[in-house]
Design a protein around this ligand. Structure first.
Ligand code: FAD
Ligand code: NAD
Length: 461
């Protein structure tokens, strides 16, 4: 089978490797860098900077651990060099894996000429490809606000923020979603004065309300000035900083001036320039390429995966959809199960969730019972010096099925993925109670929170 993959992010490169390993003749077209947003401008570089920020923050309290050091300082140029080294090494790894799997990689921008024909603009000129089976994985880019375009100078988006070589003195972050909060904590901990302006009533509003509330408390502790339910009107670069004007929730007009303004107000699909309509592929009014649960577009043999579909914008979702699309091209019958998508935020404490939030479970018609267990009562969290956090379990009050888990604490992003077994196979709280969690681990608080839904937690009164 011949398969053409357009886009080399975590959707496209995984599709290419998976297909090549199943014996397909694969061509991957990437117009920029292998690894896409995630590796070059997203997951990896942000986490590298967050890691430096976390350790710098912790180093200030080394004396509490009995470690004597001189006062720690930030060398941001070194932070950036380390981040770039990690990205470069991982990008080389992706290239190596594609080559070893036997996938051909063409550097250039692809566009459809018809159902079966694609033109690729390369540095050497345009080439034509024939393609019966296509996987579109062209990803997403940062949204601009209608009244505020990120020009890369003092008004920036996440791409520009990751390319900064020096720390600004101050920054206004417009948007308190995942990108806004991760950057806010990283920069604040590295010494930048950070203000968040968020339109909704809570930060990371799609997470469970208790996690959102904790995020606000944690960022405030880091010195971030947070304004919720506010409406940004505009921003003007005055030469002495960018002045952002906004209306507070009570209607008061305010302004804040900072060296940089980071627009972190969501991302939009990239299908412009792809001419998908030439192949008959339908797009919605927002520029997404909609797919069914098996990643099929409206055109037989053409699949779409990852951010371009307008679904959940996460790297692991793009990669999972890649394997679904490839499997289905080979005749498997695979479907995406959104119940088991892990949602992780890499601040400290880390946050991680799977399944229904308390609010969403109630909206879906469940009668819910919840259990809570605080990180401050967990031995390992204390040892790690991270008392902010909790495990919150959401269960069906009727039959005890575990519907969702919401975690904050040390390394919780490492704990949430295996929880898919609990949610997918509809285990009950009783089932989880029979599991043995190693001691001393942070993960013990997951079992305790589930027991707490029936007031049976051992280490809680
Ligand atoms: P992309 O990674 O965007 O890749 C698409 C690729 O297609 C690009 O390389 C692009 O150049 C190429 N392309 C586009 N059009 C064409 C064309 N016509 N021809 C050829 N090539 C083309 N997700 C997580 O799961 N965890 C995180 O911690 C996380 N952190 C993030 C932090 C930031 C700052 C950002 C911005 C995003 C983060 N994400 C994270 C989201 C994650 O990066 C995306 O969900 C993921 O990259 C989507 O993968 P994709 O393959 O669909 O698209
Ligand atoms: P988002 O949708 O999570 O958050 C955007 C926020 O901006 C929202 O809270 C929204 O209310 C706010 N907003 C929009 N317009 C505004 C305005 N005019 N004024 C004030 N606030 C405004 O989007 P994002 O944070 O840009 O992230 C994009 C995607 O990237 C997310 O969907 C996420 O899945 C992915 N991502 C994931 C991770 C992770 O997994 N750790 C990290 C970063 C990004």
């Amino acid at each position: 089978m011949d398969i053409l993959v357009i886009g080399g992010g975590p959707g496209g490169y995984v599709a290419a490797i998976a297909a090549a390993k199943r014996g397909a003749k694969v061509t991957l077209v990437e117009k920029d860098m292998l690894g896409g947003t995630c590796l070059n401008r997203g997951c990896i570089p942000t986490k590298a900077i967050l890691h430096s920020a976390k350790l710098f923050h912790e180093a200030k309290s080394f004396a509490e651990l009995g470690i004597v050091t001189s006062e720690p300082q930030v060398d941001y140029a070194a932070v950036v060099r380390r981040k770039e080294g990690i990205v470069k090494q991982l990008r080389g790894g992706v290239e190596f894996l594609l080559g070893k799997a036997g996938a051909e990689v063409i550097k250039g921008g692809a566009r459809f000429l018809s159902r079966d024909k694609v033109a690729v603009k390369t540095a050497e000129g345009e080439i034509g490809l024939e393609a019966k089976n296509v996987i579109i994985a062209t990803g997403s880019v940062p949204c601009n606000l209608p009244f505020l375009e990120a020009d890369g100078k003092n008004i920036i988006n996440s791409d520009h923020a990751l390319a900064l070589c020096e720390l600004p003195k101050s920054m206004v972050v417009i948007g308190g979603g995942v990108i806004g909060c991760e950057f806010a904590q990283a920069f604040a901990r590295l010494g930048v004065t950070v203000t968040i302006l968020e339109a909704l009533g809570s930060l990371v509003a799609t997470m469970d309300g208790d996690l959102s509330a904790l995020m606000t408390r944690v960022l405030k502790k880091d010195g971030v000035d947070i304004h919720l339910s506010c409406r940004v009107q505009g921003a003007q670069d005055t030469g002495a900083g960018v002045c952002v004007t906004y209306t507070e929730s009570d209607g008061t007009q305010k302004s804040v001036t900072a060296d940089k303004v980071l627009v972190a107000a969501g991302r939009r699909a990239v299908a412009d320039g792809l001419d998908a309509h030439e192949a008959g592929v339908a797009m919605d009014e927002r520029g997404n390429i909609p797919v069914d649960g098996g990643c099929r577009t409206n055109v037989s043999g053409i699949y779409a995966i990852g951010d371009v579909t307008g679904g959940i914008q996460l790297a692991h979702v793009a990669s999972h959809q890649a394997e679904i699309a490839v499997g289905n091209l080979f005749g498997d019958k695979l479907e995406m199960d959104e119940r088991i998508v892990p949602y992780c935020i890499y601040t400290s404490p880390e946050m991680a969730a799977m399944g229904y939030t308390e609010q969403k479970a109630s909206e879906a018609g469940y009668t819910v019972k919840t259990g809570m267990f605080a990180a401050s009562a967990n031995g390992r969290s204390m040892i790690e010096g991270m008392r902010d956090g909790f495990s919150k379990a959401v269960l069906d009050a009727g039959d005890g099925t575990v519907l969702g888990i919401h975690l904050a604490g040390p390394n919780v992003t490492e704990m949430v993925s295996p929880f898919a077994g609990v949610i997918k196979f509809e285990a009950t709280g009783e089932d989880v109670a029979q599991m043995i969690f190693a001691h001393p681990t942070v993960s013990e608080f997951i079992r305790e929170s589930i027991l707490d839904a029936d007031k049976k937690a051992i280490h809680k009164v």
